[in-house]
Design a protein. Structure first.
Length: 718
């Protein structure tokens, strides 16, 4: 047996300067706490006698230098004041969270907080934190939560687990990492394994878990209706309308008076039709078509005049603002307006007189706009087309209004071409649609195809939206209060990261010239059409872009290459369009610019509601994807690695467009280290690299409806 050397194996002996830095760093990062020299030796896990004996003298030096203070009880603490900031919690996993600072100029990067320092804060909460003066071992700025300023939510949906003495709810929400304790007296009749809504009522600092009460029993987990209701409850979506709102809607007259018609431009004698999805019930836009004596075409974009029926300060208005948008789940629509308005009074149904707000254009054969007019109108739609019917008439060059449809389609193509020449980005995202049985079981999956007719309608809506925005902006150089739809330039660092991803798929993306970004991205989108990596790269490209939002600031729209843009064309399903209609009519009537602040507040609220709707829609699709793969044939599937994290490999299955994850802990051929910079995993022994974009074969090993996850493994021949 060898002689002891006085050193503990594995402990690095620090010199005085290193030890001084370690002590000071510890005290700085534990602001407000006092420690004796013995406590510090224990906290710093110093075992070497020389280091231990050095602690007291070094502390005296630090006191003398003013970096550390000493109390009469021989306790030491830092004299360095930390920073205190407010931010929002992003609770990424059970071990730690990031705080997204409100003041981005002062703190451009997120602050990492360990789970023990979160003070029971949850994802989305607004918190006040102390930022440690020195960075942690990870090289990130760290801190700890001092108080929860505001909870983002106190209701959760989950599966209840009942034992003889108590119960817990395991939340569906992936970022809720704590089970919620329920007293047996607060179960509301819920039974073991049912889905419930639980309201968090208390969470004391000394308790590991929050306490709550069941407020709604949804039913048996796995049942289609129960799972959809779970998603609705999870995202705070309304189940129905308050009775008084429905009553107010029912009281609105469906009669259009002669006086009302006399105050509008009359388009009832002009050829007009709507083109919408086959299953649509609310038609909020119509196209009119008329040949002019000078050889030009008069094309009208007519939009449902919702604000004629929904007046300010009414219950309908209040409800519409609160919802701010319709939400489209896999099997239902949660409308912004009650059915009497959305499918009745406001819907531009065929063979009925309807009140509209319109943009009317005089166009030549090249799609150039010679004149435009904006105002309130009355129309009478001659035909309700489904997209498929209108496209069939174009393809066959026969059927109702086929000549008008062909001319409109050719015009739209020319307008579209000019838009791309000016720098618009052509993102053709893949959309998945499920065929559902009567009980909601997914029995088929199809990828929605965007044809010419979809692009035609989109192009005329874009033209109307841009025209309205530019009309208001040009009135007073953008100083008049208005609601714009803006989209900032992308962050070059994120774009360069995306460029590196694209290279891994064999596509070169040169982003060295900022004014050519859109052209380079369009070339890539063209190159990947129909290829296995199309969906992955489109999603990654979109994620690298800034997010579009509603605001009163008259900024441009990068993605569309418009100097100014708004949303005017869908007031049945979007509250910002109602705001635009109101402001537009106010200015057409000669009104002065109103105070910006209330309009900005509503714009921010609408952007937040839009995100909520998008998240809920994705959750419903993910639920059906998980259910679809649970029922699918057990076999090996081809896929593409669509994401890599420190805990798993995300793979998009090419055949079904469903994404699942291979957990790192299940890879037993080697220990893999995560290379975040290059988004890859490297085997420590075999040096095998698993990289974003790799084509792989996988097999489904587990599906979890509650968490909406698909667990995969590499196929045996990988």
């Amino acid at each position: 047996m060898g002689r002891k050397t006085g050193k503990n194996k594995g402990e690095k002996v620090m010199d005085s300067s290193q030890l001084a830095r370690t002590i000071l760093n510890f005290l700085d990062n534990n602001y407000g706490e006092e420690y004796s020299s013995k406590q510090m030796i224990k906290k710093l896990e110093l075992r070497n006698p020389a280091s231990k004996n050095n602690v007291e003298p070094i502390l005296q030096q630090l006191v003398k230098a003013g970096s550390v203070s000493k109390s009469p009880r021989n306790m030491y603490s830092s004299t360095k004041d930390p920073e205190f900031i407010t931010g929002r919690v992003d609770y990424v996993n059970p071990r730690f969270a990031f705080i997204i600072p409100e003041d981005r100029e002062r703190y451009p990067t997120d602050i990492q907080v360990k789970e023990n320092d979160l003070k029971n804060a949850l994802d989305g909460d607004t918190v006040r934190i102390m930022v440690y003066p020195n960075k942690g071992r990870s090289g990130r700025q760290e801190g700890k939560v001092l108080e929860v300023v505001e909870r983002s939510r106190d209701e959760f949906v989950g599966r209840i687990e009942i034992s003889p003495r108590f119960a817990f709810v395991v939340a569906d929400f992936k970022k809720m990492h704590h089970d919620i304790f329920i007293k047996k007296s607060d179960l509301l009749g819920a039974e073991h394994n049912q889905k419930v809504v639980v309201k968090m009522t208390e969470w004391r600092n000394e308790d590991k878990n929050p306490t709550g009460v069941v407020t709604r029993v949804l039913g048996e987990a796995g049942n289609h209706e129960v799972e959809i209701h779970s998603i609705m409850a999870e995202f705070g979506l309304p189940f129905d309308y308050p009775e008084e709102v429905e009553h107010e809607a029912a009281e609105i007259s469906d009669q259009i008076t002669d006086k009302e018609i006399s105050e509008r431009k009359d388009f009832r004698s002009i050829t007009t039709f709507t083109i919408d999805p086959a299953d649509a019930k609310d038609f909020d836009d119509a196209i009119s078509y008329r040949k002019m004596d000078n050889g030009h075409l008069e094309i009208g974009v007519h939009i449902a005049d919702v604000t004629h029926y929904v007046k300010p300060k009414t219950l309908l208005e209040k409800e519409a603002l609160d919802r701010a948008t319709s939400v489209y789940l896999v099997d239902r629509t949660i409308p912004m307006l009650p059915e009497r308005l959305s499918n009745g009074l406001c819907s531009l149904r065929p063979n009925e007189d309807k009140l509209t707000f319109s943009c009317v254009f005089e166009l030549d054969e090249n799609g150039e706009v010679h004149k435009q007019w904006i105002g309130r109108t009355v129309i009478h739609s001659d035909r309700r087309f489904a997209y498929e019917d209108a496209q069939a008439n174009i393809d066959a060059q026969s059927g109702d209004f086929y000549e008008e449809l062909i001319i409109l389609n050719n015009l739209a193509k020319k307008i579209r071409k000019k838009r791309f020449q000016k720098g618009a980005i052509n993102f053709e995202t893949v959309e998945v649609k499920f065929k559902l049985a009567e009980d909601g079981t997914p029995i088929g999956l199809m990828v929605k195809e965007r044809k010419d007719i979809h692009k035609m309608i989109e192009e005329f809506m874009l033209l109307a939206n841009r025209t309205v925005a530019e009309f208001i902006y040009n009135k007073n150089k953008g100083n008049d209060t208005f609601v714009y739809r803006t989209h900032d330039y992308p962050d070059m660092e994120r774009l360069n990261t995306f460029s590196n991803f694209a290279i891994k798929f064999g596509h070169e993306v040169k982003l060295d010239e900022e004014n050519r970004i859109s052209f380079v991205l369009n070339k890539l989108m063209e190159d990947i059409q129909g290829k296995p990596e199309q969906n992955v790269l489109e999603q990654l490209a979109i994620r690298s872009m800034a997010k579009a939002k509603y605001t009163t600031e008259p900024k441009g729209h990068f993605g569309l290459a418009f100097k100014h843009y708004t949303h005017f064309t869908s007031p049945i399903r979007r509250y910002p369009d109602m705001m635009v209609h109101r402001l537009l009519q106010h200015y057409l009537d000669g009104g002065k610019s109103p105070d910006k602040e209330p309009w900005e507040d509503k714009s921010v609220h609408s952007s937040e509601r839009e995100k909520r709707a998008s998240d809920a829609e994705r959750a419903s699709i993910k639920y059906k994807q998980v259910e679809f793969m649970a029922l699918a044939e057990v076999k090996d599937y081809e896929g593409i690695i669509s994401g890599i994290t420190e805990w798993g490999i995300f793979v998009e299955i090419t055949e079904t467009k469903c994404e699942g994850m291979i957990r790192l802990q299940t890879l037993n051929d080697d220990y893999y280290e995560f290379d975040e910079k290059h988004m890859r995993l490297i085997g420590s022994k075999n040096k095998k690299m698993i990289t974003l974009g790799d084509k792989v074969k996988v097999r489904v090993v587990n599906t979890d409806i509650d968490r909406r996850t698909i667990d995969l493994e590499f196929a045996k021949d990988e």
